[in-house]
Design a protein around this ligand. Structure first.
Ligand code: 173
Length: 505
């Protein structure tokens, strides 16, 4: 399916401008005219933004978010109507709102990277300089945002039992993940729409990862194409692929087999997203930016539209995915397959018994099921059950455990590794660092390296192998109410949710 076929019919910009409503909506992207009337309610970013550009040229906004092939992948060929007649285009100067100007001003006074001392700093800066819609999308989480805060708080319930008088003049925290060397037990977890953070989006992550020997998990919903991201790697740089499984299994099969050909070293199938969680701060931001004439009314049509928008991800992600699909995955690729979003020992056993390469214990950054437990708490449960019921201990090369969510410090990673994780995923922190572009992401990685070096020494751990369960006290991990000092840096970054407000008349 492709809309990039030969359709060289010329249409005037004035004709396009007549199709400026929900009933008939055309847009121009890179000189091409598309009919998006039927598609707009399936658009993951909502119909509102499409209607804003109805009858107009949406190229700049489109490029800010999407990979070049998004339209050709998601629209039927007949929706590509032709080319805009260049003689008919009237240029309109882009207008900057007061908020845009203020943001640009803040962006011009970023502190130098040398003053960024930890990953919380990146988050605080990102909140000031990212577009408010970007911040709302990245930082929001499900419902009352309790799981997302628990993700970080759970690490506060684990304390260290260091060993002394070991020669720690040299310490080494490098490791291997699914057989691939990694300079630290950390990988870049997949996050959608990287271009919202910076024009170079995911490529900042790819290039920084290449320079620091870190593995990047390439997201299905990236804002560059898969090939653009792979093309940005260095010789020998390993990458994983995060996979949303499409209803049309041929699309998924093609992606997986193409990824294998391009040298992807692990496939992380996301299993916690049969429907997207409700991220109310993100939803609220969309309403706040809404044209009052477009505010959904309580009519059956509008209710259906809102419901459809909430479930829109269903057109890209198959909610029918189930355990019986696993042999099919194993038949289409030889790349190790890991399930991302496993949340209890029963499912971890199931994954093990079906010959998968591992699981990511994760609640999707708290963005899916509210009151899903933190990955680090699940890790304690999973390793205990494997030991007691199967006599299996971790880390284990045959079946690897990963954790993500809430990780901001090397000490967090070290706790997870001591408890049996092979490596830990960080998503948001690297996105926030990418507000500074590639140098920001590199600085974030360097900060983690510096924290690893010092903490390995202070713990008496010369290598990753010295990080054993006896080095931590996780006995309070399942107690969700424990008085520990507040993490001021982290808490100050947390932005409270808001209630609905009366509309301004
Ligand atoms: O967490 C997310 O926002 C996410 O996983 C997603 C899924 C589909 C489209 C965009 C983002």
């Amino acid at each position: 399916m492709s809309t990039t076929g030969q359709n060289s019919k010329l249409i005037s910009a004035q004709t396009v401008a007549e199709h400026n409503s929900r009933e008939s909506c055309w847009i121009i992207v890179s000189g091409k005219i598309y009919d998006v009337t039927d598609f707009m309610d399936d658009h993951p970013g909502g119909s509102k933004i499409i209607l804003k550009y109805a009858g107009k040229d949406a190229t700049v906004e489109y490029d800010r978010i999407h990979p070049p092939d998004a339209l050709s992948t998601h629209l039927a060929p007949e929706k590509f109507l032709g080319l805009v007649d260049p003689k008919t285009i009237i240029k309109v100067e882009a207008q900057m709102s007061e908020e845009d100007k203020a943001r640009a001003q803040r962006k011009s006074s970023l502190p130098p990277l040398s003053e960024i001392l930890n990953l919380h700093d990146f988050e605080a800066i990102a909140r000031l300089v990212m577009h408010e819609r970007t911040w709302a999308y990245y930082s929001s989480a499900a419902d009352d945002e309790i799981s997302t805060r628990e993700n970080h708080a759970a690490y506060h319930r684990i304390w260290f039992r260091p060993r002394i008088l070991r020669d720690v003049s040299t310490v080494d925290w490098s490791t291997t993940i699914l057989g691939q060397p990694s300079s630290m037990p950390v990988y870049i977890s997949a996050t959608a729409l990287g271009k919202l953070a910076h024009p170079d989006g995911e490529l900042n992550l790819t290039r920084a990862a290449g320079n620091h020997g870190v593995i990047q998990m390439v997201p299905t919903m990236a804002s560059f194409t898969f090939d653009e991201i792979v093309d940005a790697t260095k010789q020998g740089q390993a990458q994983f692929l995060q996979l949303y499984v499409n209803k049309d299994r041929n699309i998924t099969k093609k992606l997986v087999q193409h990824a294998e050909k391009r040298g992807i070293k692990g496939i992380f199938v996301t299993v916690d997203t049969p429907q997207l969680g409700r991220r109310e701060r993100d939803m609220r931001m969309r309403f706040a930016n809404q044209d009052p004439t477009e505010v959904p009314q309580n009519t059956p049509q509008d209710r259906e539209r809102v419901q459809k928008a909430a479930n829109v991800v269903n057109s890209f992600i198959d909610p029918a995915l189930n355990w019986n699909d696993i042999p099919w995955f194993q038949s289409i690729t030889k790349v190790p397959i890991v399930l991302k979003g496993v949340q209890c020992w029963e499912d971890a056993f199931e994954a093990y018994d079906r010959g998968l390469a591992g699981v990511v214990l994760s609640n999707h950054g708290g963005r899916q099921l509210e009151f899903a437990r933190s990955g680090i708490e699940m890790l304690v449960e999973v390793t205990q059950h494997f030991k007691q019921k199967r006599g299996i201990t971790f880390p284990n090369d045959k079946f690897q455990l990963f954790v993500d969510g809430g990780v901001r410090r090397a000490t967090d990673v070290i706790k997870a590794v001591a408890l049996g994780a092979t490596a830990v995923g960080l998503g948001r922190p690297f996105l926030y660092a990418s507000a500074y572009g590639q140098p920001g992401v590199e600085r974030a990685m360097q900060i983690l390296h510096d924290e690893f070096e010092m903490n390995m020494r202070l713990l008496g751990a010369r290598t990753i192998k010295d990080l054993v369960p006896e080095m931590v006290d996780a006995s309070s991990i399942h107690s969700h109410i424990v008085a520990v000092p507040d993490d001021r840096l982290y808490s100050a970054n947390y932005e409270s949710m808001q209630h609905a407000r009366l509309r301004e008349l």
